[in-house]
Ligand binder design. Structure first.
Ligand SMILES: [Zn+2]
Length: 143
């Protein structure tokens, strides 16, 4: 496995969450591989409600930089849950995710086009890296 490193680039709070009144938070950044950026990510969650509001991770995976276009990138949506035996991610359909409509994205991949494909391995490696390296997500790992 090639080494990946994150670069946090921004965050904002919005909300309150319509159901519980807690703050909704989004943090975002880039994931770099040995040859440059391989993905942008957006992690959305509701502060202090990680257990019952499953956080979303939206990834834009592909080529970045000079000479690339949105057609070089696709979007994969994952949902996070903290289980008794640790963090887990599952691929979901991207339709309701804001990043699916981003102009940076050529195609938002439905779950069926991700599961069992090489892109799934890449997506899981990327979210594992984000969770391990992005200190802003400490709350997602539990108390
Ligand atoms: Zn809520």
């Amino acid at each position: 496995m090639k080494r990946l490193e994150i670069e946090p680039t921004g965050q904002n709070d919005h909300g309150p969450c319509p159901c519980c009144g807690n703050t909704s938070r989004c943090v975002w950044g880039l994931v770099h591989g040995p040859k440059g950026a391989v993905a942008a990510y957006y992690a959305h969650w509701t502060v202090s409600r990680v257990a019952d509001h499953w956080p979303n991770f939206d990834l834009i995976i592909g080529k970045w930089g000079d000479g690339t276009t949105a057609a070089d990138r696709c979007m994969v949506a994952l949902r996070y849950r903290l289980m008794d035996d640790g963090p887990t991610f599952m691929v979901i359909d991207p339709d309701d995710r804001p990043a699916a409509k981003s102009e940076l994205v050529g195609r938002a991949l439905p779950r069926a086009d991700v599961i069992g494909k090489p892109i799934a391995e890449q997506a899981f490696a990327i979210v594992d890296t984000i969770l391990a390296q992005d200190d802003r997500l400490a709350e997602l790992l539990g108390e």
